[in-house]
Design a protein around this ligand. Sequence first.
Ligand code: SAH
Ligand code: SF4
Ligand code: F3S
Length: 441
Amino acid sequence: MKKVYLETFGCQMNVSDSERISTTLEKDGYEMTPDESVADVVIFNTCSVREKAEHKLFTRVGRVRNSGRKKPVVGVMGCVAQLEGETLFQKVQGVDFVLGTRALGRVSHAVNETLGKKRKIVDVGEREDDYDWTVADTHRHSPYVAFVPIIEGCNKFCTYCIVPFSRGRERSFSAAKIVRQVSELKEKGVREVHLIGQNVNSYRPETAAGLEGFEGKSAFTKLLRAVAETGMERIKFTTSFPRDFRNDIVDAIEDHENLCNWVHLPVQSGSNNTLKRMKRGHTIEKYFEKIDRLRSSHRDIALTTDIIVGFPGETEADFRDTVKMVEYCGFDMAYIFKYSPRPGTPAFDMEDDVSPAEKTLRFLELERVQRATQNERIRRYLNKKVKVLVEGRSARNANGLSGHSTCHKVVNFEGSSELLGNVVDVEITDIKANSLFGRLA
Ligand code: SAH
Ligand code: SF4
Ligand code: F3S
């Protein structure tokens, strides 16, 4: 049996795709291995959201080529594959096949063809209509948590972003199928699902099948309520797009305990000038209104975000607005990125006029402000009980367990392995960095 090693970069969509790639390959007679050095085939599922992410591919392929052993077949999948297509063969020596983001159903064919070293393969074509979305239990990133894609692609074309090009246009999956899938996962013992997509709240299926009778101004809110009705223990969803984030999403969270109290709502900037040039489609005042609604909820909803510093034309005053915004919102966590020009995006043609040194200064200052807010906010969990899904043993402590709270914080505590896969109450006694520590209540 030929062995395949698969390495994944990028977002949850890629993690989810990799689960399906592994499932498909195994069904077709390949063995997945975690050990690269014994693999006949090495596949990279790639990300191109920032230059650094893209660079990883070049370094990794180089390392495989120079490892000194018999060269395995090397395949590139995911976003870099979709964007580069055939040109990848010239850019990176030693690549045997290139398979785009919607061609992953044909991965076994690409592996079969290239293993004989007869020819190279490029496939950046569309998905087959009857493409099988099921994931084998053995290939899930956790036995208790499952990613369920509800929408793929993106139509927003924020000016800095490559995703609409690498993932194509938005396509929503059937609500009836999503609900059925969640019910089946529940039967199999999965305790938590993450409804995933570039913009989950832009969900717009072709028909209302599966959503009839559910309350909500948008199909997404109806879907949330429909999925909640399956009785799945915990439901999380990410990412939400601010412009399409309606207050009735918060109403649904308030009505259903199993819709978790965590919202990831990327803001990108606190300056209206910058937001406009990013083409985000909303003002900072509109964003604040949504934050106010989330904050007014009795559910204590944890709020996380993404921010870009040093976007073309970002002045010192624009940056000050971002600092003020971070102070106002009190995010539980923020992923801060320095702007990285992506060829093919509209912003690539704008002058990248914030110097690298200035980008670093802004990044560090914002990180400092955010960390202070975060450290302050996380203290609210001290001496409180949180519900934790026990996901694994902790690396540091022999008796240690770890998992996530409903608000998506990592929680560490002591207990026996029998608790794995259960939801338990943990009383928080200590806080370190961004993690909670406690004891079984
Ligand atoms: N769909 C999500 C985000 C997908 S990309 C959304 O709309 O929010 C994840 C994050 O990467 C983005 O939120 C953004 O903060 C960051 N990002 C995207 N393109 C970038 C670029 N060119 N430079 C720096 N950061 C970028
Ligand atoms: Fe990129 Fe904007 Fe689409 Fe998010 S909404 S994936 S940032 S284009
Ligand atoms: Fe990266 Fe593609 Fe996801 S560019 S962030 S892997 S959609």
